[in-house]
Design a protein. Structure first.
Length: 359
């Protein structure tokens, strides 16, 4: 199979490509604009494969999309290209509207025209797999508010109630994908995942941000009181799940993908400090760097995924526990200083975004 992956130089996209090249006989076309978070160094381990092809293309450029489809003739699409950082969406929502909504629309239209021109056999096997987030569902009751709150989980039928410009733009793209399925018959599948972490994660996100701040002796910022709850999913487990979905998932279905690891942000940060103290011991405790900062606007209190459907139907469940995945992640950043030093030598510094005040 030949799979076109949008956003393949990003954090999750590159993990998917590494998984496919290293574990299957399929070919991959990596289509990526190479924005600030796209990094071809994420793919060094597989970039010399004769089954890997790279196209530097913006998904908003319809002409170039049409060329790529004509040239490479993909059998399936895995759409991961997106602006994804909530804090950035607060500071500048327009890029999220452009990429996540307009870009998805243009990709759907090009994919639809391409799919309609396929012969019947290829038409039957074609898939458009749209990768989304659990943030489209809004937030869940917090145990501080309701002692039974942990029983509430996001399911595939949970109503959408996005809180940030980022999650609203992803919710919009999900709706477009479903509409193209119902109106035009395009064979689509949607997955909504919980918070990912692992190697090659751009350091604006919580876990790599905390690791690198700690290694630089900088404050470890935690929004509010740090009691926000997230379900954490190791990125390589997610990559395996996504491949299961694109190859075995049912057309028109939605699959929630979670790590079964609900943790408060303060627990995550303290776990990282403990692992760092073990792997890179120092006299001053990393935990003493923890600093509580003003919460961001519209911050959801709790996300939690019910991933029983994908386990039941596609026989997938995460291999990594929270503890094993976190230790692998910290070790990776300790072993790959050249990668993150190059990132920090670019436009991004270890600074906070998304401090826009609520009106």
């Amino acid at each position: 199979m030949k799979i076109l992956i949008t956003g393949g130089a990003g954090f999750i996209g590159s993990a998917v490509i590494r998984y496919i090249i290293q574990n299957t006989d399929d070919s991959v076309i990596n289509l990526d604009k190479l924005t600030y978070a796209g990094n071809l160094e994420n793919l060094i381990k597989v970039s010399d494969s004769n089954r890997y092809f790279f196209e530097q293309v913006d998904i908003c450029n319809r002409t170039e999309l049409e060329r790529v489809f004509r040239q490479h003739q993909p059998d399936s699409i895995m759409h991961l290209a997106a602006e994804s950082h909530v804090d950035r969406s607060i500071d500048g929502p327009s890029a999220f509207i452009e990429t996540n909504i307009i870009g998805t629309y243009k990709l759907l239209e090009v994919a639809r025209a391409y799919w309609q021109g396929l012969d019947e056999m290829r038409k039957q096997t074609f898939r458009f797999h749209h990768i989304s987030t659990d943030e489209v569902y809004g937030d869940l009751p917090h145990p501080n508010e309701n002692g039974q709150a942990l029983k509430h989980l996001f399911t595939e039928s949970t109503a959408y109630e996005p809180s940030s410009p980022y999650s609203a733009s992803k919710a919009s793209s999900d709706h477009l994908v479903r509409a193209w399925r119902k109106t035009y018959g395009l064979p689509t599948i949607i997955t909504n995942c919980s918070n990912n972490y692992g190697p090659y994660h751009f350091p604006e996100k919580l876990i790599p941000h905390i690791i690198l701040n700690a290694l630089h002796g900088k404050p470890l910022p935690i929004y509010g009181t740090g009691d926000q709850i997230r379900d954490w999913l190791y990125v390589e487990d997610h990559a395996h799940a996504l491949y299961q979905v694109v190859t075995k998932g049912r057309i028109g279905e939605t699959y929630n993908i979670g790590g079964h690891n609900e943790k408060q942000n303060i627990q995550v940060v303290k776990t990282l400090c403990t692992i760092l103290q073990e792997l890179r011991p120092q006299e001053a405790r990393y935990e003493d760097l923890i600093t509580f900062v003003k919460d961001r606007p519209g911050h959801d209190r709790r996300y939690a995924i019910d991933a029983s459907k994908i386990e039941r139907e596609l026989h997938w469940k995460p291999k990594e526990s929270f503890e094993s995945g976190m230790k692998k992640t910290v070790q990776w950043y300790l072993d790959n200083t050249i990668w993150w030093q190059r990132v920090l030598n670019g436009d991004y510094q270890l600074t906070r975004l998304g401090e826009t005040n609520q009106e």
